[in-house]
Design a protein around this ligand. Structure first.
Ligand code: PA5
Length: 467
């Protein structure tokens, strides 16, 4: 497994004094980075945070593999019902290994597809159901809390859809991933005898891709989860090294922290030059946003911090967003995700057509072109004083993807320590959930219904013509 981090284009010597950081600044803050590492290590060793342990949980990995083996061939579609951290990891895995749409190829019982129901858009839900055959579908419902309204509502629809077609056999086509000791999904799973897997309490949704939350759908669509976790385990060993030259998660966190807090780069653009990593970019967007967007720090001081993550796809978005990135406000840092080896180099035919805009490309390859485009964009950004950096994955396979996901989680955790915030809670998300419960009439949430009514009143007063 080979993943590299190159911060050269973040340096003042390249990006300019006003927007770059210096090597001496990095060296000066090395002790702070090592403190961040030590304090996160403490949390991990005390089992306060569990994602670093996930690649080593062989019992879960083996149970998931055994279950996937036992049902293999009986379905052509895995229907995942979940949202946020309970869905995005599976999408990253599916897109990374099985491939992005539309290149996934036909699905069959030997090459099952993943359909993710992570929204309650009624048109989307009914069209997705119409595209699936209940006799060839395996439903996986994922909710740590066991109560998220979108997941519960969609699951009730899918459960009914399966029951109408399969009667008493429907429960055998459902697997649930939830907390081991609480929640109404757990209650229902027990009552109806679903195959159930558990998410450890010390692993939050957005850090759960290497738990059963991501491993189960991954294994069911044919991903080799042993290779995936092997890559993640190797990255975990690196991420605990108190040495910035090998610990790229820590070095990337430190460089990003310096640019953010010293050069005011309040936006980070995650810029994969690989369609296979597009799902991972959306997974990362949630990880970075929910983990680092916080009202107060660990000492209780109001900080309202956060770095807005944006997902952009190279080269596609060079032709939609790069104009803004090069000439607009210099408030962003760009993190390119490069891939060294593509499975096919994409040879361009040698035929010459005597047309200057065509002939220079004859005989070259798409892998060379995508690499040139990324390097050219980096250079253009530097020309305009826009700092950027690059993660390079040798290739996108299970091992590298597992390592990269774990790398991003470690970088996020270290960034949380550098900012002295709790990167593992999500009060803002929970507040939205409570308002929805109140609005939809869930018992115990009358307070939020009342708050909502007061908000409506305020709106009505503002809309009323002034006297
Ligand atoms: O990262 C998180 O904690 C959240 O994004 C959750 O994953 C999301 O809100 C879904 O929660 P649950 O798994 O309880 O349905």
């Amino acid at each position: 497994m080979k993943i590299q981090f190159d911060e050269t284009n973040m340096l003042a010597g390249v990006a300019g004094e006003a927007h770059g950081i210096s090597r001496s600044e990095i060296a000066r803050h090395q002790p702070r980075a090592l403190d961040a590492l030590a304090s996160f290590r403490k949390r991990s060793d005390a089992n306060e945070q569990g994602f670093p342990h996930l690649p080593f949980q062989t019992k879960t990995i083996n149970e998931v593999r055994a279950y996937a083996e036992s049902v293999r061939g009986s379905y052509d579609t895995v229907c995942l019902i979940g949202i946020g951290g309970s869905a995005l990891g599976a999408w990253a895995l599916d897109c990374g290994i099985r491939g992005p749409h539309p290149v996934q190829g036909a699905f069959s019982s030997t090459h099952p597809r993943l359909v993710i129901l992570d929204n309650v858009d009624p048109a989307f839900t009914s069209a997705a159901l119409a595209s699936m055959n209940p006799r060839k579908t395996l439903a996986v419902v994922v909710a740590k809390s066991g109560s998220t309204a979108e997941t519960v509502a969609t699951f009730l629809i899918v459960r009914d859809w399966l029951t109408q077609a399969l009667k008493a056999k429907a429960a055998g086509r459902i697997a649930a991933v939830t907390s081991a000791d609480r929640g109404d999904l757990l209650e229902l799973a027990k009552r109806e005898n679903y195959r159930t897997f558990y998410l450890p309490d010390n692993v939050g949704g957005r850090y759960s891709v290497l738990s059963a939350v991501g491993l189960l759908p991954g294994a069911l669509i044919g991903i080799d989860i042993r290779k995936l976790t092997r890559g993640a385990a190797a990255m975990t060993h690196l991420a605990w090294q108190p040495d910035l030259s090998v610990n790229i998660a820590l070095r990337a966190a430190l460089c990003h922290w310096l640019l953010w807090t010293r050069k005011n780069k309040t936006i980070q653009v995650a810029f994969p030059y690989s369609n296979h990593l597009w799902g991972t970019a959306f997974w990362f967007r949630q990880l970075w946003a929910e983990s680092l967007g916080k009202a107060s720090n660990r000492a209780g001081v109001t900080v309202n911090t956060g770095q807005t993550p944006i997902a952009a796809l190279g080269t596609t978005d060079q032709h939609s967003q790069v104009q803004l990135y090069i000439e607009g406000p210099n408030d962003k840092v760009f993190t390119f995700w490069a891939v060294e080896k593509f499975p096919d180099v994409g040879r361009i035919p040698k035929e010459r057509l005597n047309l200057p805009a065509f002939d220079y490309l004859a005989g070259q390859s798409l892998s060379k072109l995508i690499d040139a485009e990324r390097r050219a964009t980096g250079a253009a950004m530097i020309e305009a004083g826009r700092p950027n950096c690059t993660f390079t994955l040798q290739k996108v396979d299970e091992e590298h993807l597992g390592a990269f996901l774990q790398l991003m989680e470690f970088e996020t955790a270290f960034m949380g320590e550098l900012l002295e915030i709790n990167a593992f809670d999500q009060e803002g998300v929970e507040l939205g959930k409570k308002f929805t419960f109140g609005l939809m009439g869930r018992k115990g949430y009358e307070e939020y219904r009342a708050k909502f009514d007061a908000y409506e009143k305020k709106r009505a007063a503002a809309q009323a013509p002034s006297a």
